[in-house]
Design a protein around this ligand. Structure first.
Ligand SMILES: CC(C)(COP(=O)(O)OP(=O)(O)OC[C@H]1O[C@@H](n2cnc3c(N)ncnc32)[C@H](O)[C@@H]1OP(=O)(O)O)[C@@H](O)C(=O)NCCC(=O)NCCS
Length: 182
């Protein structure tokens, strides 16, 4: 995977009204397993991971990398917000050479319907605007994923294209940071 870019990492934990965005830690292991093996979470993202295999492969301290945030509510992980470079050979482009910064998100079903994902993603987009000035951020989601489509619109993403990938119609949108100068 291509590096995100020259970002200072890890940042100090990012506090929002109700959440903290921070790096994954050993204590998040159970929640990470729940997240990746949940059939509900996996519905529009390729299905759940087989639990035994996933647990065996997951290191004691979950993998860390720049742009990978855990969303923490009252000292417990409720989801993941992932900022990374998109593979240049994927369909959908806003830069001629591809490799755009892409936003991804997955939250535990019990945390849906409270605005937590929106709160966490908005804070992650603020972090991108600061860490990688002027970078547009893209997002891909199945058009059938109503919750994700509503979240993308709420965050300010606008449609660039729709295409077929993984046997489903995908919505490809972009978010442009607002800059006050030049
Ligand atoms: C996509 C996903 C993150 C959306 O989660 P979500 O909780 O619906 O998203 P939001 O944080 O925007 O919350 C919005 C809901 O919270 C409600 N809400 C309740 N209290 C709220 C508050 N204080 N502030 C804002 N919204 C609030 C809103 O009314 C809205 O409910 P509705 O959709 O029933 O109208 C979640 O469904 C998920 O993890 N899905 C599985 C992974 C996945 O498909 N990811 C997409 C990859 S591209």
């Amino acid at each position: 995977m291509t590096e995100l870019g020259p970002v200072a990492w890890p940042p100090a934990p990012i506090k929002t009204e109700r959440l903290v965005l921070r790096e994954p830690e050993a204590r998040d292991r159970t929640a990470i397993i729940e997240l990746f093996t949940s059939p509900e979470v996996g519905t529009y993202i390729g299905g759940p991971r087989p639990r035994d295999e996933f647990e065996r492969a997951l290191p004691a301290v979950p993998r860390r990398r720049p742009g990978l945030f855990v969303a923490d509510l009252d000292e417990s992980m409720i989801g993941i917000v992932d900022i990374k470079r998109r593979d240049a050979d994927r369909p959908g482009r806003v830069r001629p050479d591809g490799g755009e910064v892409e936003l991804g998100y997955m939250f535990l079903p019990e945390a849906w319907g409270h605005g937590y994902a929106a709160e966490a993603c908005a804070a992650a987009l603020d972090w991108v605007a600061d860490a990688l000035p002027r970078e547009p951020v893209v997002l891909t989601t199945q058009t059938a994923n109503d919750r994700s489509m509503r979240l993308a619109a709420k965050l300010g993403f606008t449609e660039v294209a729709r295409f077929e990938e993984y046997d489903a119609e995908q919505w490809f949108g972009v978010w442009i940071p607002i800059t006050l100068s030049g």
